[in-house]
Design a protein around this ligand. Sequence first.
Ligand SMILES: NC(=O)c1ccc[n+]([C@@H]2O[C@H](COP(=O)([O-])OP(=O)(O)OC[C@H]3O[C@@H](n4cnc5c(N)ncnc54)[C@H](O)[C@@H]3O)[C@@H](O)[C@H]2O)c1
Length: 389
Amino acid sequence: MSNAPNQPLRMALIGGGGAGFIGKVHATAATLDRQAELVAGALSSNPDKSKAAAAAFGIAPDRAYGSYQELLDAESKLPADRRVNFVSIATPNFTHCDIACAAMEAGFHAVCDKPMTTNLDDAQRMLDTVETTGRVFALTHNYSGYPLMRQAREMIANGELGEIIAVRATYVQGWMHGMDPQAEQARGAWKSDPLKNGRAGSLGDVGTHAFHLASFVTGLHPEALLSNMQSYSRHHELDDYGHSLVRFDQGATGMITWSQMTHGRQNDLSIEVDGTKAALTWRQEEPNQMFVRALGQPTKIYERDPNSSYASPDAIAACRLPGGHPEAFFEAFANVYRNAFEDMRRVDAGESFDRSKSLYPSVADGVAGVRFMTRCLDSAAADSAWQKW
Ligand SMILES: NC(=O)c1ccc[n+]([C@@H]2O[C@H](COP(=O)([O-])OP(=O)(O)OC[C@H]3O[C@@H](n4cnc5c(N)ncnc54)[C@H](O)[C@@H]3O)[C@@H](O)[C@H]2O)c1
């Protein structure tokens, strides 16, 4: 897909129409730095609603499509300097694999929301499609886009915490108490339907974010895990509360906890990493501070401040504003896009790129997330027996 240097990349959005939540975040985050413009969309599974929703996104009527298939077909026929460069997928989980593979096979880069898909066969298909098409694929585990999570990753990689002995990542919400899957129009009602959501309930919805963040920050790889999970909601049978004890490589242990049934909790993702020299803690709801503690020392508070002497290169690159000007969800989400755009521009210019140097979550991270879900479900079905990774 040709694109003049420094010109915005052209974006198509799939999902986000009507009450759709995260599609609107994609539309804002992708365009935050004016490196992309939203020009096309298939915003709902209903063709009429899809077209009707386009105006609210500023999409012209001739680029408002009734379905993603129609979008890919029509955009493929446009001249290279008009057609979209990438497709963002913000639809229910069971649709991700078909939409992403079709988009990449049609020559478009793909940005996909999590969980990447619902089962390991589809995850492998997505990995194969990325490899055969050579397209850029980014998965929006957006919490890895926070400057202080990038700071933590660099500090750990530099050995500032010593050897990592433990990581605890906890993602706790409470909104499922009010959910009624019978209310068809309710946002996220599909999350109670195993056919649309997949078999991993809150595990897939928030547990995969916590697992990804633990892996991203520590650089550790799982070797085995066990899991215990419950379904407390009156409305559905999928898990809505669970724990996974993870045996990581390098002798580290980990605990991942997820809940959408904790009264009063909104979007409480937190991570704690214990090293032999120091330990750190960070909470997504207070994202501009990170605490580092060592025995007998005063607690250090790292601020999100690109002008501080201690800010690491990746943290500085992830900031847009000076310290004291709070940045949060949109900016972190936009950092995933910003990093993916660098590789999209390289590919579109016919250059190669080194995936290992990119910070955005990849298809390999997506496969790992689906493997995490699958192994947790296997363990829970086997009375919490250990499962090899
Ligand atoms: N990264 C995050 O922080 C985050 C947060 C929330 C949701 N998500 C993920 O994003 C995805 C969407 O979740 P949501 O909460 O926005 O759901 P939602 O129910 O609020 O929105 C889904 C949207 O997809 C549209 N849609 C459904 N099928 C479609 C199709 N075939 N073609 C085009 N549009 C279609 C619906 O009309 C709706 O606009 C899920 O995979 C979810 O796990 C990620």
